[in-house]
Ligand binder design. Structure first.
Ligand SMILES: [Zn+2]
Length: 290
């Protein structure tokens, strides 16, 4: 088996894809498994299936944390296993399904992936609005809406082990990618109320270092607070979008980031969200039109 699994808690195993350091998880309890965002490349996904079988377990559910292309490729390898998403996942598919197919097509061509059948975006078996509790063997997983990076994003919390699967938040390698500043701030405020002793971001290093978990949460919240402050001040001064982007250029970022684009798009999205006048696709809306 090519993939390497790390046991992070008594119930959670994690493996990381090379592409974007994307994490996939397996919660195991007795002979039941719940998969979180299982894999990108077909061989990784097959390795995850083998790992679950080697533990003597059967996949009982797949949680897709959000409808971004690098999180939705797993379920076709697990026929009949229920897929759980937030209700807004269906809205993203309706509005951006064609974009997701295009993005996946581009990556599969680059990666020389030959598939035996055309890819179909997975449809959820169960959706929820606020939260859903998943009983797996003798444990309970709370899957809850955690919007901000994406409209439909959800996170997974295992209270007994104080474990948070944070989806695309609290990374050590990428700054917050902020589709909605209002929603992202509210989600981080909620996460700050949770007891978290094991953290898995969608991309980057999982950690069980409580100091590091607090540091990431504080750094991302401080970044969003400053983003709000600067964009609000720019709007009050009547600045244009370009002037606002320039005014935010020297903002400290919560982790090193060579590519200026994510921060620029965050500023643009915040400018539009907080009432600024824009034309055409700006900020993270550009992702779909790229
Ligand atoms: Zn994402």
């Amino acid at each position: 088996m090519a993939v390497h699994f790390t046991q992070l808690t008594s119930r959670l195993w994690v493996t990381q894809s090379q592409l974007f350091a994307t994490n996939s998880g397996v919660f195991l309890s007795g002979d039941e498994a719940c998969l979180i965002d299982p894999g990108i490349a077909p061989e990784t996904i097959e390795d995850i299936a083998r790992f679950v079988a080697e533990q003597g377990a059967t996949p009982r559910a797949i949680v897709l944390t959000h409808a971004h292309w690098d999180h939705v490729l797993g379920p076709e390898h697990f026929a009949g296993v229920p897929v759980i998403t937030h209700a807004d996942y269906l809205r993203v598919l309706r509005e951006h399904g064609a974009d997701l197919y295009r993005q996946i097509g581009v990556w599969e061509a680059q990666a020389h992936i030959r598939r035996p059948r055309p890819f179909l975006l997975p449809k959820p078996t169960y959706t929820f609005d606020t939260a859903l509790t998943l009983t797996l063997g003798d444990i309970r997983l709370r899957v809850f809406h955690a919007p901000g990076h994406a409209l439909d994003q959800c996170a997974v919390y295992h209270a007994e082990d104080a474990t948070l699967w944070a989806a695309d938040m609290l990374s050590d390698i990428e700054i917050p990618l902020v589709l909605s500043l209002n929603a992202y701030e509210a989600t981080l405020a909620h996460l700050a109320t949770l007891d978290i002793r094991a953290l898995v971001p969608g991309h980057g290093a999982p950690t069980t270092d409580v100091g590091e978990i607090r540091r990431r949460l504080a750094a991302d919240r401080a970044y969003l607070a400053e983003l709000r402050e600067r964009v609000t001040a720019a709007l009050a001064a009547g600045h244009t979008l370009a002037e606002t982007v320039a005014a935010c250029n020297d903002m400290p970022l919560p982790c090193p980031c060579d590519d200026p684009t994510p921060h620029t798009w965050n500023v643009e999205s915040a400018y539009a969200e907080l009432g600024g006048c824009t034309e055409g696709a700006v900020g993270w809306e550009r992702e779909w039109s790229a």
